[in-house]
Design a protein around this ligand. Structure first.
Ligand SMILES: Nc1ncnc2c1ncn2[C@@H]1O[C@H](COP(=O)(O)OP(=O)(O)OP(=O)(O)O)[C@@H](O)[C@H]1O
Ligand SMILES: [Mg+2]
Length: 233
């Protein structure tokens, strides 16, 4: 569904991604894991057109999207749930969800939000509340829900469990698994190894702008040296 081939991305003169190659198959949950500053978010920003690569190629369902803009990439069916969540504080849950639908693929705008409320019943209860009155966990749920209402083929989710209490991490892990089982492909950035191992079909370990390891959760479990060197486990 998505391939990155030898992607090089710069911020100004800083050479951040140094030849990243990744493949995400339809229906998979693929996780990017690695230390702070490894280049995980930059990889997602490269995919959605916010940090276009200087070299290399990104293809999505058979089309080259390397030099497409963010709006066009969104319309093709890639949703991005950013690290900072970006829930709009003065808009209600409902209004935030309506915003998520704006950039959606055409012809998907008519239905209600019932489907996302099945994943996040708590959001239905909070539908008239403004973003700023939501807890951190509820904001994260809303950020994911806002991505989902666009009915993406592929969802990029950046560190969804960061800063959440263990019980919430558990429930969010379960929900992401459920979203995947119901047909959305997920490229996840996740620093919590246990969450990454539980959810992923395959993982990519990233360090200093390069992929240092690729494999299944079982393969990574068998590599304590990799875990220690790149993940500090
Ligand atoms: N807008 C920017 N301008 C210049 N340098 C940046 C910018 N954003 C990130 N960087 C640098 O690029 C490198 C990779 O950053 P990136 O945000 O992709 O890392 P990350 O793996 O997502 O880290 P974290 O786990 O902290 O979110 C870092 O060295 C960072 O300082
Ligand atoms: Mg990041």
């Amino acid at each position: 569904m998505l391939t990155l081939e030898n992607v090089h991305t710069y911020y100004g003169e800083a050479h951040i991604l140094q030849g990243v190659s990744i493949a995400v198959g339809e229906g998979e949950v693929i996780t990017l894991i690695g230390r702070n500053g490894a280049g995980k978010t930059t990889t997602l920003r490269s995919i959605i057109g916010l940090a276009p690569p200087r070299r290399g190629r990104i293809c999505f369902v058979g089309e080259d999207i390397t030099q497409r803009g963010p709006h066009e990439i969104a319309r093709r069916g890639i949703a991005w749930v950013p690290e900072e969540r970006r829930v709009l504080p003065n808009l209600t849950v409902l209004e935030n969800l309506r915003l998520g639908r704006l950039g959606a693929r055409r012809g998907n705008g008519a239905e209600s939000f019932d489907e996302v409320f099945e994943f996040f019943p708590r959001l239905r209860e909070r539908i008239a509340h403004k973003g700023r009155f939501l807890s951190g966990g509820e904001q994260q749920m809303l950020a994911i829900a806002r991505g989902l209402v666009a009915r993406p083929k592929l969802m990029l989710v950046d560190e969804p469990t960061e800063g959440l209490a263990p019980l919430l991490v558990q429930s969010l892990t379960h929900i992401l698994g459920e979203i995947s089982r119901r047909g959305t492909t997920i490229l996840l950035v996740e620093q919590t190894l246990e969450v990454a191992l539980a959810l992923s079909h395959r993982l990519y370990v990233m360090d200093q702008g390069r992929i240092q390891f690729e494999g299944t959760p079982d393969a990574l479990r068998r590599e304590p040296a990799i875990q220690q060197r790149f993940l500090g486990v």
